[in-house]
Design a protein around this ligand. Structure first.
Ligand SMILES: Cc1ncc(COP(=O)(O)O)c(C=O)c1O
Length: 357
């Protein structure tokens, strides 16, 4: 066991990021401006997507994407329970219902066949998640979506840079959402990016990401800008700052090197732990954002598990640090448990009024 605690994900920030942030602070322009525009342009080129919109989280990106394709009250969006709560929460924010399709045991990614079974006349979109950075079976998913006449929105919070059959995630379906949260492959502290090739969808997301205003600050306050603008819709406040983009510009350039380093570390864990499961090994072949340790509860002793060579129990994971490493649990439900998906159907809690005494 390590003497020194190993954090779950420490960001790798170099002098380039620091200098760019300092430059931004000294420039006197802190909010969305030319550094955001540069980050969007370079990100779009990196992925190979026509449009990229920088936002302040992947949650915001998902919310904008669902809104742009018209998800609203009474609709259903098919997604996976093997995800972070944000994926499902944004569906609820729009008054729609997340419908959970189970994952395949081997990859822990959403099973296309389970999606097919959950299609209904109310299905408005399909929202797969590339869990731990391994690409979903996108050909099958896009095929099902096209057949049903609904769009696919990918939650690629873990998936920079992931390739699927040689193509970058971000070029595979209608809309793709990325996260730059502090623990991600590319970070801006907090932040996200949404990419699409569709002009109409980008137009709507660009409008809604900043209050529904016809012009952003860059177009209003700069020398060649004009102060006048209109409010075209009741939008959100989801824009990224230039300070965050200053970090992102350099993180993106190092992204492939970060990825290679993760693969090397993953190989070391693999060599040290011969109990790695198929899911872990599959993740390794595609993309290692996180190492996935699967627990077979039928075989383990109650409350205990073998995790990457260390015996830990669930409380230990919550305390983290028990094995000298930061770890986290990352799913809405243990899907192997019978009835878990049905319980998730009750994800929506009745709204309670906050009374002022
Ligand atoms: C699968 C998945 N989707 C969405 C999110 C939300 O990302 P953000 O924190 O950038 O909003 C996360 C964050 O961890 C995630 O893991």
């Amino acid at each position: 066991m390590r003497g020194e605690f190993l954090p779950f994900a420490a960001p790798l920030l170099g002098d380039e990021e620091i200098q760019e942030v300092v430059h931004c602070l000294r420039s006197g322009w802190l909010t969305t401006g030319h550094k955001v525009k540069q980050f969007e342009r370079e990100f779009g080129e990196f992925i190979g997507a026509k449009h990229a919109l920088a936002v302040n989280s992947c949650t915001a990106a998902l919310h904008l994407a669902l809104e742009a394709v018209g998800v609203g009250p009474g609709d259903e969006v098919i997604t996976t329970p093997m995800t972070f709560t944000a994926t499902a929460a944004v569906i609820e924010h729009l008054g729609a219902r997340p419908v959970f399709a189970d994952v395949t045991a081997q990859t822990l990614n959403i099973d296309p066949e389970q999606i097919r079974r959950r299609l209904s006349p109310r299905t408005k979109a399909i929202l797969p998640v590339h869990f731990a950075g391994q690409a979903c079976d996108m050909d099958a998913i896009v095929d099902i979506a096209r057949g049903a006449g609904v769009p696919v929105i990918e939650d690629a919070a873990h998936a920079i840079p992931t390739r699927y059959n040689g193509r970058m995630v971000g070029t595979l379906s209608d809309i793709t959402c990325f996260s730059f949260y502090a623990t991600k492959n590319v970070t801006t502290g907090e932040g996200g990016m949404v990419v699409t090739d569709r002009d109409d969808i980008m137009e709507r997301m660009r409008l809604m990401h900043l209050h529904g205003m016809s012009k952003d600050a860059w177009k209003r306050y700069t020398q060649n800008g004009s102060w006048s603008y209109e409010i075209l819709a009741p939008g959100f406040k989801y824009n990224l700052t230039d300070i965050a983009a200053a970090i992102g510009i350099h993180q993106l350039r190092k992204c492939q090197a970060f990825h290679r380093r993760r693969l090397t570390i993953a190989d070391q864990y693999d060599a040290a732990d011969k109990t790695a499961t198929a899911a872990v090994q599959h993740a390794r072949r595609t993309n290692d954002v996180a190492l996935v340790a699967r627990v077979d509860r039928r075989r383990e002793r109650v409350g205990q598990r073998q995790h990457l060579g260390h015996r830990v129990d669930d409380d230990d994971v919550e305390r983290t640090g028990a094995a000298g490493r930061g770890e986290q649990r990352h799913s809405l439900a243990p899907v192997e448990r019978p009835g878990a998906l049905e319980e998730l159907g009750r994800f929506a809690q009745p709204r309670r009024e906050c009374r002022i005494a």
